[in-house]
Design a protein around this ligand. Sequence first.
Ligand code: GTP
Length: 355
Amino acid sequence: MEAILLVGGQGTRLRPLTISTPKPLLPTAGVAFLAHQLARAQAAGVDRIVFATSYRAEMFEAAFGTHAHGVDLAYVSEAEPLGTGGAIRNAARALTCDPDEPVLILNGDILSGHDVTAQVALHEKSSAAVTLHLTRVEDPSRFGCVPTDPDGRVAAFLEKTPHPVTDQINAGCYVFRRSAIDTIPEHEVVSVERETFPSLISSGAVVMGYVETAYWLDVGTPQAFVQGSRDLVLGKIASSAMPGEPGERLTLHGAIVSPGAVVRGGTTVGRGAEVEPGATVIGSVLQDGAFVAEGATVRDSVVGRGARVGAGAVLDGVILGDGAMVGPGNELRDGLRLWPGIALPPTAVRFSTDA
Ligand code: GTP
């Protein structure tokens, strides 16, 4: 089976990490996020993937070449981003399959443990134009929702509302009949969620919902990105692409973790990164060359490449851009992001770490 992977977005919600690296290439549990998706796609029977690129397009081929994780790879770039639907249509130029064959479409920022083979089987059995993976969430008011009829056919594609009619939401993994992709207008900006799916449904095409509530996470926000990495390291979702066994932490080549430091909760310690004695790092991502000084506490945070956390500083739910420096004694919390290269001087007042 062939697949299209949508990886052209700017990843604005994950800035400043995405200034230098597109979201799908951010190191996640020791490898580029996409490596986990490639490995899972291969396990589901995908043997060729077309990357639909736009933002920092050249970095994808440089990272993966023409074959990786058992899958052949091709690249189609948009000069201007065409939106999710326009990107699928544009990338379909590079598909080789017949019009009736299924094509898997994956958002490049979803970590999902659902059974893709079962989704494709439902698609084939229903002779559907498109079959969407739908998951269930506790608070569907944060998403558009997707009600289905008793036969599993998608009844509507509804915008976000405070009173959703179902807890089923679009999980960002679709099976398209190849010929259904050709119904998307060419060379135009098109949203698959706002335009393609509603118009297929109103034209009477069979659009099926494959509902499965396996592990599912959209890693598009800083908090979710850190959670995805943590869950992979802890083994809450299995990935054959992870360079190590699941456990409390993943320590990459050349990293130095002092025996006097506490590093756990699914933390990744990148290549050449260092954690000094008395430091505590929990559920975080320390990218390559990051440094956490003695007595510092880092929790649920990303410390970018070569960034430094000074002695006794506290980071909780924070993103430090590449090369940023937090001077000793600073306390940063709750979604704060420091841009690459910014240096915070030491604070005169030392804050308590459990304040
Ligand atoms: P934000 O800017 O933070 O919203 O992130 P994003 O740019 O990744 O957008 P979003 O999360 O809505 O995108 C979902 C998926 O579609 C991601 O994998 C994006 O890379 C991809 N995507 C979004 N827009 C485009 C586009 O215009 N072209 C291509 N090729 N992919 C896109």
